[in-house]
Each structure stands twice: as C-alpha cells, then as structure tokens.
Design a protein around this ligand. Structure first.
Ligand SMILES: [Zn+2]
Ligand SMILES: [Zn+2]
Length: 407
C-alpha cells in the first residue's frame, strides 16, 4: 500500500474520531462494520478519557481544601450510586420501574458519571452477561488479561458504537437516544457546575478556602477518575477476587471489599446467578448500599416495583458453596494422585471417590444458562452456544425462577 493511500484513510479516521467526541453515533463506515473489527486502540477517540486522567494533575496548581476533598468523596459515592442503581440495575436489568420523566431524570444523573450514555452502558453490560468470560466478552480478565478488562476495552474502536438493536426497550425513547448520542453534554455541564460552585463559594463562603479551579479538579477530574476505576474493578477484579457461592458458567465472584468500593456491586457472583432482582447482596449480612438507596428512593415515589430475590435462589445459596466444595474435592484428588504415584494399589479407590465427589458436586445443583434471564435479553440467545462453552462443566436443568421472567 502506498503512503498516498494510507494518509487520507488515516486522516479520515482521525477526523471521524474527533466528530465522535461530540456525536458518538457518527459512524460513516457503519457501526456494524466497526463492531466487527479486531480490537485496536483509537488514540484520537480516547483523548477525552486521557484528558480526564491528566486533569487530576491540576491538583499541583490548585492545591486542596477540606471542603474540596470531602466534596470529591461525596460526589464519588453519589455518582457510584448512579452507575450501580441507575445504569446497572435500571437501564441494564430493569429491576424496578419509574415514569418516563423519572427515567429521564435518572439518565441525566447517570450522565454525570462520565461513563457514556445509558444505552451504550446497558448494551455492553447485557453483552457481558450473555458472553461472560467467553472470547466474545469485551472485558473478561480471563480471556483478555487484567489491564484490558479494566481499562483497555473502552479504548478499542470496536467497542465505541452502541448496538441499539440490543437495547430496543430503551431506544424507543428519543430523549434517551439523544443523551446517549451526545454523551459529552451532561459531563460538560457537570464540569461547569463544579467550577461555578467553587467560584460561588469563593465569593460567598471564603472561609471554606476553595475556588472554581479547585472544585473543577477535585469535584470533576479526581472524583470522576476514581469513579471510573472503582467501576472498572467490577469488570476486572469481580471475576478474579473473592468467593463463588453459586456455580455459574462464568468466573464471577463475591467480594466484601468490592461491595464497599462499588456500593454493593461486589456481590457479583450472586448477580450473575440471578440478575432480575434489585438486590445484589442477597442476604442481610451482604451489605448493598445501592439497594438501600433505591429502597429510600422508592418512598419518594420516583421509582417503584423493586424486585425481591426469589426464595428458591436464597435457599440454593444457603446450601451451596461450590467454589469451596469443588476446590476441596480437587485438592483431595490431587493429594491422592500424588500418593497413588508412590503406591497405586493402595490409593486408587479413594482417589476415584474424590474425583467422583468433584464430578457429582459439579453436576449437582442448578446452573443457570446464559440464555436464561430476563426476557429483555432473549433476543441474543441464538448466539450463545460456542465451542468453549461446550467444554465447560455440564449444565443441568436450570432453575425455574429465572426463566421467562418478564421485567
Ligand atoms: Zn448485571
Ligand atoms: Zn460479570
């Protein structure tokens, strides 16, 4: 290929990426084609994301005040609630109901998280549930490695467009599509609001020792960057760190630490087992601040119809610790294997018994298939059977609670 033919195409790509900063649906070559490309970082397109991180260094110039630092913490949690309670538990899974005006308000709140539009977020998240830890999963640490699952996947060209056909229930609202398409509007307004707040406090409450630039750095750049990495921990760490209560087909885990950082989302293995309820912490001791916040919001009338965890799932969870039971049986089998190498006749039977226990444990219980779950996901079910899935432990008949549940 000559230099002449490369340059126009490179410039066109860069120009396209710049337009996409403003209009994220702009895709002259076709969104479908872009989604089918191999993973490739688009450095021009991710510049706003790079600037978000670089903006944190502004602290070297603006310094810190107690007010700005606490505001950053408060804004982290209030917007983490928007990620978990709105983008995740409403837009992605519809685990409660609201009015159209309420939905728009929630979308605006979600927009302040600077994690793109609710439809883009929900599309990728539903895709994650359909393909968890399969090669098609955009952010599986087991398939793509930790760094890619944490941050790399959002820099890849193929992950930029929203597949509206996978979020039809949301795409029928033009106001949501508009917010999703022009997904920088709310973040820019939020950044201006931070600057304005700081400037107003400097003038009317100088004792607080803050100003416009300081609030912009702490309230927008630092708080939002921390919010991004806190959220990204669910994509990376929640499939690596913690225990597995339920025997799901993916590697999702339950972690108390992640539940604190992400307001209850750390109970990720619970959530992969049953996605249609409003809670991720299934039991009273599994702290789930997002659920508590949603419960409070339901008293205001803004939202309603929060969904409980079915009794059968709770009972299944009480009697299952597949991570422990399978690992224990495997360890036992390995130990016996070592002894067996020294004296085959003495240990062949116990080793066989241990393997049988592991097999029985793996086969027992109700393993949900990815094709299950809310009806909202069913349009993707035709794509689910992949050779690598077939290689995983057999899936017995799924539970009845999770099937055909219309949300
Ligand atoms: Zn989910
Ligand atoms: Zn997951």
């Amino acid at each position: 290929m000559s230099v002449k033919s490369v340059r126009p195409s490179l410039f066109r790509r860069m120009a396209t990426a710049v337009v996409q900063w403003i209009d994220s649906d702009y895709c002259p070559e076709g969104a479908e084609k872009m989604r089918n490309e191999p993973d490739k970082v688009d450095w021009v397109r991710v510049m706003p994301f790079v600037v978000l991180h670089l903006g944190c260094f502004g602290v070297l110039w603006v310094g810190v005040s107690a007010f700005a630092a606490w505001a950053a913490v408060f804004l982290y949690f209030i917007r983490m609630f928007a990620v978990t309670g709105i983008y995740h538990r409403y837009f992605s899974h519809k685990t409660y109901s609201t009015s159209r005006a309420g939905q728009f308000f929630l979308a605006l709140w979600g927009g302040t998280t600077v994690q793109r539009g609710g439809l883009w977020w929900a599309y990728h998240h539903r895709h994650h549930h359909q393909h968890s830890d399969d090669p098609e999963d955009a952010h599986s640490p087991h398939v793509h490695g930790f760094l890619w699952s944490h941050i790399g996947w959002i820099t890849s060209r193929r992950n930029f467009p929203t597949d509206y056909s996978k979020v039809k229930d949301l795409a029928k609202f033009p106001e949501l599509v508009w917010l999703n398409r022009f997904d920088l509007v709310v973040p820019i307004l939020y950044a201006f609001a931070m600057f304005g707040l700081g400037a107003a406090l400097e003038r009317w409450a100088p004792g607080l020792g803050t100003n416009g630039w300081q609030m912009l750095v702490w309230g927008f750049f630092i708080s939002t960057t921390a919010l991004f990495h806190g959220t990204a921990c669910i994509n990376s760490m929640a499939h690596l760190m913690g225990k597995r209560r339920f025997k799901t087909e993916d590697d999702s885990r339950n972690s108390f630490i992640l539940a604190i950082i992400c307001l209850g989302e750390g109970w990720h293995n619970n959530h992969h087992r049953y996605q249609s309820c409003t809670r991720n912490g299934f039991y009273w001791w599994e702290i789930d601040p997002t659920y508590y916040g949603l419960k409070l919001l339901s008293y205001t009338g803004l939202i309603w119809g929060l969904k409980d965890v079915p009794k059968s799932i709770l009972e299944e969870g009480m009697h299952a610790d597949h991570h422990k039971s399978i690992a224990a049986a495997q360890r036992s089998a390995e130990r016996e294997e070592e002894i067996s190498a020294a004296s085959p006749l003495r240990t062949v039977l116990p080793a066989a018994a241990a393997i049988a226990v592991a097999t029985a444990t793996a086969a027992h219980g109700e393993m949900p298939k990815k094709a299950e779950g809310p009806a909202i996901h069913k349009d993707l079910s035709g794509e689910l059977v992949k050779p690598d899935i077939a290689a995983k432990p057999a899936s017995p008949a799924p539970g009845t609670d999770n099937t055909g549940k219309v949300i």
